[in-house]
Structures are given as C-alpha cells and as structure tokens.
Design a protein around this ligand. Structure first.
Ligand SMILES: Nc1nc2c(c(=O)[nH]1)N[C@H]1C(S)=C(S)[C@@H](COP(=O)(O)OP(=O)(O)OC[C@H]3O[C@@H](n4cnc5c(=O)[nH]c(N)nc54)[C@H](O)[C@@H]3O)O[C@H]1N2
Ligand SMILES: Nc1nc2c(c(=O)[nH]1)N[C@H]1C(S)=C(S)[C@@H](COP(=O)(O)OP(=O)(O)OC[C@H]3O[C@@H](n4cnc5c(=O)[nH]c(N)nc54)[C@H](O)[C@@H]3O)O[C@H]1N2
Ligand SMILES: [Mo]
Length: 759
C-alpha cells in the first residue's frame, strides 16, 4: 500500500482524556467537512430518541429522560462529519483517475475525496470505473448470481454498520440463493466472545445493562479495551460509577489515557476542574497474558476460600446454577505461580491485591474488547473470565456480569438478524416457515475461510455490504490477490476505499445512504433499527438530505436485487417500499421481537431478553452455567523476537483514517510508528526515531512491513504495538484463534530489523 512514511513526532503518553482540546479539534474537523450549520444540526440529532443512532461505536444510550442535549463524543462527531461531508466522488472523478492511479494512493486520501455519489461499473479489461444505471447494475449482479453453477460460489460480506432491516433482507437473499456464505466483520471482532459465552452461559452476548455500570457495579474491570478512544461515552458512565464509590481496574499493556483523569466535556465540572481519576489500579499485563492473569486470580480466590471457608465463593450459586466447578478448581490448585508471573509479567502480589479488590466487591462487571478477542487463546481467555465471574455469583444480578463491548454500531444486531455463516437450525426453521423455502443447512464460510476460498478459485461473486475487506482482513497481500481472483466484485459503500480497487475481473461500486441521511421510499419517510452492546433495540431516523439523488438505501438495493433475482413471490418490493413489512417478518423469525413495531416506537426502544441476566437461566448443553478447564498458555516468543499487538489510533475508525495524530499516545503527524520498551530497544540496539522494518516469521514465509519509526513507550518488555491496518500484512491468514477462527491480530511474533530499501 502506498502509505508513505510521514514523519511522526512522539511526545509520550498522556495522563488525562478529553477536555477542551478534544472539542476544539472535533469542531474544526466537523466544520471543514460539513460547513458549520449543517454540522451542528447533524450533531444535535445524534443519539436523541427522535434522531439517528451514532454510526461510530456500539456503546449504549442512557434512558430517554437522562440524555444530554449533546449525546455524542469526539469520535462520534468525526464519524458523522465524515459521512456528512460536502465533497463528492462522482463520474468525473473516476474519469480522471484510473484504478492504477487510485491504487497508488493511501486509504486516508481515498476516503478524503468525499461521498460516492453514483453507481459505477468496471467492465472486464477496463482501466477505470464508468457510470452505469442502477437497473443495469442490479440486473448485472442478478445475471451473474443466477448463472453460478453452485450458489456457494458467491460470498456475501457484511460490515457492522448495516441496520437490522438491511441485514435481515440481505441474509434472506443469500439463503434464498442457497448459501450460508455470510462472513462479517464480527469474525474478526467479537467472534471469540460469542463462542466462549455461548459455550459457558448459553448466550453469545453480554448480560450487562448500562445501569449495571453506572448505578450498581462495585468493581468494574476494563480488560483489553481502550474506552478513551474507542468508546468515549463509556468514560461518562465510568465517571458516574466512580462518583458513587465504584472501583475501576484497568488491565492493558499500554497505559491508555482513558484510565487516567477524565475531564467530562459535557459538565462544567469536567471543563473547569481537574477531572476524575478513573482507574484505581492499573495492571500492565504482557500482551496475551490475560488468560494467565485470570487463572491466577481464580487461584487466589480459591486459596482465600480455603483459608476462610464460606467467605469468598458463592457456593449457593455454584451448586444451584453451575457445573464443572471441581475440575476447574483442581486445575487452579495445580497452577504454578511462577507460570502466572512469567506469562503476565506481573508480580504475584499484584495479582493477590487485585483478588482482594474483587473479594471486597459485592458485584463485579468485566468489560473487554479486542485486547482479548484477537489471540490464539482468545476463547479460553474469555471462558476463564466467565469462571472468574461464576466463582462469586457475579452473573444474573444487578451490577455484575460479562460485558463484551462491541465495535461497530450494529454489529450485534446484524448477528441477531442472521448474519452468520452458521446460524442454528431453529433460525433456519423459522425462516422456512415464514418464507416457504428451504434455507441451506451446511455451514458457510467465515471471513478467513472466504479468503482461502477466493484464493483457491472457489468464488465467482464477492458482494460486500459496507466495510473495507481488503484492508481489515489479515495477510493483505494474499487477500488482495484473492479478491482479484473473483469474476465479479460488488461493493455497496459510502466512501471509496482500498477494497474497491482490489477488484475482480468485473466490478461494481454501488453508493448508499448513510445513517445520518433521510430515507424516503414511495414518498414515505422510513426509519431503521439497531441493537447496541447492551441488547437495547432502538430506532434510527436519518435527518440530513441525501448526499446525492442517486444514493439508495441498503434495504432498497438488496430488495431490488432480490426481486430481480427471484421475482416477487416473497414480497421483495413491499419490503423495499415499507420497512414495517420487514419488521413484521423479523417479529415472526427472530426470538425476542414480538410487537416489534409498537415497542420500537417507545422512546429509547426495548431490551431483548437475556436469560442469564433476567432469570439465571443458562441455555447451554447441560442447562447450567459451565466452569471450564483452560490450559494456561501464551504465545511462545523466541529470543530476539517481540510479541506485536495492533491497535487503533485516536484519529481513525477501523480502516477509516480521519487524521495522522494519536493525541492520547502523544503521536503527531504520522502513523508508521512502532512502540517499544526502552530496555528492549537497548537489546535490539535501536534508538528513538530509527527507521525499522517489522518482520513476521510464520512457518510458511517471511512477511515484512517497511519503514516504521521507533517510539520508546511504556509497553511491557518483550512486547510491541503498532497501528491497524498498516500492520495487517504481517498477520498470516492461517494464524487464527482456536474455535472462533478470528485472525490473531493482537499477537504477531515479529523481529525488528533495520529498514531495507523497498525490494
Ligand atoms: N474511535 C474509534 N472508535 C471505535 C473504533 C475505531 O477504530 N475508532 N472501532 C470500533 C470497533 S469495530 C471495535 S471492535 C472497537 C475496538 O475497541 P478496542 O478493543 O478498545 O480497540 P483496539 O485499539 O483494538 O484496542 C484494544 C486495547 O487492547 C489493548 N491490548 C492489546 N493487546 C492486549 C493484550 O494482549 N491484553 C490486554 N489486556 N490488552 C491488550 C490495547 O493496548 C488497546 O488499549 O472500537 C469501536 N470504536
Ligand atoms: N490488525 C488488525 N486488524 C483488524 C482489527 C484489529 O484490531 N487489528 N480489528 C478488526 C475489527 S474489530 C473489525 S470490526 C474489522 C473492521 O472491518 P470492516 O467493517 O470491513 O471495515 P471498516 O473500516 O469499518 O469499513 C469502512 C468502510 O465502510 C464503508 N461504510 C461506512 N459506512 C457505511 C454505511 O453506512 N453503509 C455502507 N454500505 N458502507 C459504509 C465505507 O466505504 C468505509 O470505507 O477490522 C478488523 N481488522
Ligand atoms: Mo470491531
């Protein structure tokens, strides 16, 4: 990728988050992209009961009466401005730029050109995209899909901004065609959480509500998550929790600014005062050391119980609701403290003090995100966290439970709607009953399997509803070639990105409405629905005039394609004209959506049922919550190598780079940096500012990412960090988490070598 090495400056990690600086920076960006009046009007509709859902993260909204006039964060504001920009990428843009030219630009430049504004077609052998009429474009896709010798030669990718309504009709289209090839960004995100939670508590989602965090939890652990950047509104909830006396423990190899003082920009106190110190304890765990840490905590809790029987564990809960305790306890007894210390990089005392904090708290919530899910042992790590919660009955009561904090604003809802390559038979049965066709039963391909299939020539049509497949997935070089192997690639998108340039023999670029825009079908304004991290389902009403008259909604594109492909026996046209028809189907097919239309009309929407939380029912294989035995492992790092984790900067949303600064980590003006421990720098004989290559050594071959500046940083010894997606080419396609098959983008074994000239 032509991501030229800027000349980043490093000023060291910051101790505090948000504050006035953040607001001015955001307003400048909003103004530059949208012009002020449009910008401010847009922002005020954000996350209000009659406004649109923030397209950025999946953090939950406060109850309707408790919303601030400005219920958004710095990064939500950027996401909205990014979508509401006045710049346009139209036919004249593509006439001026060949694909080869565009492939030479970096992702930041591509998206900065503005909104895609008309459908475009790259004919076989063409060197640039040309305009095409909507009807012709949809007919082309339908023709190619119909001509497939086997429906499994098509792949339908989804990114997590897609609404419930669009996701539902999209999975319906794929299954009606006859395939379960529905990979999504969740395969790279919280798949490990889903797998671990389904196995142990019977539901693949968190069980915690926003009020559990703000009003009830006595201890909140934030593990492998960077709320100051990725879920800034969570800081407001944590501040509320602190004010009523809750404790907070952060577990992270990097001392993120969000754990320090928080200056709430939405209160006068926050703007003027010193702010609230959020974390009471910070554990600088080694990258991939979390399984060992939680096993160590469980060992410490068990030991304390043996010293003072009946005071630590919740035996009543364990006996009534759980199984597998004895085996798990035996494993903790056998666990060696030295191993815990070696793998976590933390002293035994630090673990025992933390266990004491846990014992002092009547209710504990554990929040986590990508710091846990993208490792080989991600699923056992999260199972071990469930063990930790079960030991003290920290599930199914106020202020307690597991809280995987989701990424994309509707990634959780998309799953609920059936975007998954292996939906259970109960869902497929309901689909058959509702629509009268036999959905395929064989599991489809997830993201990694889809890349392999494309690489191996098993895919003719790749269709993406949003996202940036080429940049977000691992092994960039392999993935880009894999996409080029397809006969047809189709992207429904708002902005131009790298994936649109890694095209098949023929390609289509279909521009769609964003979350902020008014969606009118057959003269009637429509709304869509989304589900947040806390399983609240609510409506989202676009407020802005569409960026171009040619934009169509995702629902309208998918239903029009459905009609073109299958005729109208299933009522595609009605679904596309009136989204209430889709919601009625959802009500019949998806559990928890009874009286959908009425309940979603209530301010704030409604909460989906969560058995473990509401009634301590655990729909697992045994009908009980399950303790598991998890071998305490971590990635083995050979001498002279480091374990690299890949993180987001404060100025990006996944592959969308808003700007080149990472304010909280003190990086300005560039992204090609690698954060190293100063002792490791001595051993490696590198100095601050040196230009180095990062080289990953997986058995199949060497992978090299060139030209990164060394930045000394307080990461644990033997660990390193750099930014996603620049580092994705280092992640081998075959290096995935057990069970969830999530790429191990947070543990890549690398060596740091002097920069070589591009070969
Ligand atoms: N502004 C902004 N908001 C976003 C996004 C964005 O890109 N920008 N992306 C959205 C999406 S899709 C997602 S999934 C979420 C992601 O939200 P996060 O998961 O918070 O984001 P990451 O930057 O991937 O960082 C994970 C955190 O884990 C830490 N970490 C890395 N390795 C380890 C480890 O081995 N152990 C532990 N304990 N910690 C580790 C990192 O230091 C970092 O603080 O955010 C969502 N919100
Ligand atoms: N190394 C490394 N790799 C990672 C991660 C990591 O932490 N490290 N994180 C992983 C995670 S958690 C995730 S979720 C994935 C993200 O993977 P994706 O979801 O595929 O990527 P995004 O960058 O979120 O997609 C951005 C693009 O979506 C399109 N878009 C934006 N809004 C809309 C909309 O409303 N509709 C439509 N149709 N298109 C829209 C725009 O064209 C934009 O360019 O990346 C994964 N990859
Ligand atoms: Mo994500």
């Amino acid at each position: 990728m032509a991501d030229r090495p800027g000349e980043p400056r490093a000023t060291g990690p910051k101790q505090a988050s948000v504050g006035v600086h953040g607001i001015t920076e955001t307003l400048t960006y909003v103004q530059a992209e949208t012009g002020t009046v449009r910008g401010v009007r847009t922002l005020l509709a954000l996350n209000q009961v009659d406004g649109f859902d923030c397209p950025s993260c999946a953090w939950g909204d406060p109850e309707p009466g408790h919303r601030k006039h400005a219920e958004f964060c710095e990064n939500g504001a950027k996401a909205v401005a990014w979508e509401a920009t006045r710049k346009r990428v139209d036919a004249s843009f593509f006439a001026q730029h060949t694909i080869a030219d565009l492939r030479g630009r970096d992702g930041h430049w591509l998206e900065a050109q503005g909104r895609l504004s008309e459908p475009m077609h790259l004919p076989p052998g063409g060197d640039r995209y040309l305009p095409i009429a909507w009807d012709d474009a949809l007919r082309l896709v339908a023709d190619r899909l119909r001509a497939l010798p086997d429906p499994n030669r098509a792949v339908f990718y989804t990114s997590g901004r897609t609404s419930n309504e669009a996701a539902f009709v999209y999975q319906l289209l794929a299954r009606r065609l006859g395939t379960n090839n529905l990979p999504d960004c969740s395969n790279m995100c919280h798949e490990s959480s889903g797998a671990a939670l389904t196995e142990t508590i019977g539901v693949g989602k968190g069980t915690v509500s926003l009020q559990d965090i703000t009003d009830h939890a006595q201890l909140i652990m934030i593990v492998g998550q960077n709320p100051g950047t990725c879920h800034p509104r969570m800081l407001t909830a944590l501040e509320q929790a602190k004010r009523r006396g809750a404790k907070i423990i952060a577990v992270n190899p990097l001392p993120e600014a969000g754990f320090g003082r928080f200056r709430n920009p939405q209160t006068l106190r926050g703007l003027a005062g010193p702010g609230t110190q959020l974390a009471d304890r910070y554990l600088p765990v080694r990258v991939n050391g979390d399984l060992a840490l939680f096993a160590g905590l469980n060992k410490a809790l068990l030991a304390a119980e043996e010293t003072a029987p009946g005071t630590v564990l919740d035996h009543d809960f364990i006996d009534r609701y759980c199984d597998g305790f004895e085996q798990a306890a035996a494993a903790w007894q056998a666990l060696d403290w030295e191993r815990v210390q070696e793998l976590t990089g933390l002293g035994r005392r630090a673990v025992e003090y933390t266990a004491a904090d846990v014992m002092a708290a009547d209710s504990v919530v554990v929040c986590w995100a990508m710091g846990l899910t993208q490792h080989h042992n991600a699923v056992p790590t999260i199972r071990e966290i469930v063990n930790f919660l079960l030991l003290r009955g920290n599930i199914g009561r106020p202020g307690a439970g597991p809280a995987p904090i989701r990424g994309h604003s509707n990634v959780q809802g998309d799953r609920t709607m059936g975007i998954w390559e292996k939906m259970p038979d109960s869902f497929l049965d309901a689909l058959r009953a509702e629509f009268g066709f036999d959905p395929p039963r064989d599991h489809g391909w997830d993201t990694v399997e889809s890349i392999r299939a494309m690489r191996d020539g098993k895919v003719d049509v790749f269709f993406a509803l949003g996202g940036n497949f080429a940049a977000a997935t691992p092994d960039t070089t392999v993935t880009e070639k894999a996409l080029a192997n397809c006969a047809l690639t189709v992207h429904v998108a708002t902005k131009l990105n790298r994936s649109h340039l890694c095209h098949g023999a023929e390609a289509l670029l279909l521009p769609c409405l964003g979350r902020t825009e008014r969606d009118i079908q057959a003269g009637v304004e429509q709304f869509v629905t989304v589900e947040d991290s806390m399983a609240m389902v609510h409506a989202s009403h676009g407020r802005l005039a569409p960026g171009s008259p040619q934009l169509r909604s995702e629902v309208s594109i998918v239903t029009a394609l459905g009609r073109e492909l299958f005729g109208d026996a299933m009522g595609w046209e009605r679904m596309g004209r009136d989204y209430r028809v889709i919601r009625r189907h959802i009500e019949h097919v998806v559990p928890g959506f009874h009286a959908f239309e009425e309940r979603v009309a209530q301010p704030g929407g409604f909460m989906l049922p969560r058995g473990p939380r509401d009634s301590r029912t655990f729909p697992t294989a045994t009908g009980k919550a399950r303790f598991t035995v998890n071998a305490v492992t971590a990635v083995r790092v050979p001498d002279g190598h480091l374990l690299l984790t890949t993180v987001r900067s404060h100025d990006q949303f996944n592959t969308t780079v808003y700007g080149l600064d990472d304010r909280y980590r003190g990086i300005e003006g560039g992204r090609r940096v690698v954060f190293l421990n100063e002792d490791d720098m001595k051993t490696l004989a590198v100095s601050a500012g040196d230009l180095v290559d990062l080289v990953s050594h997986y058995p199949d071959r060497e992978r090299r990412a060139r030209d990164f500046r060394v930045v000394p940083y307080p990461v644990p010894r033997g660990c390193a960090a750099t930014y996603f997606p620049e580092a994705n080419l280092l992640v081998p396609l075959d290096s995935t988490a057990e069970t969830s098959n999530t790429p191990t983008t947070k543990s890549v074994v690398i060596s740091v070598q002097p920069a070589t000239a591009p070969g």
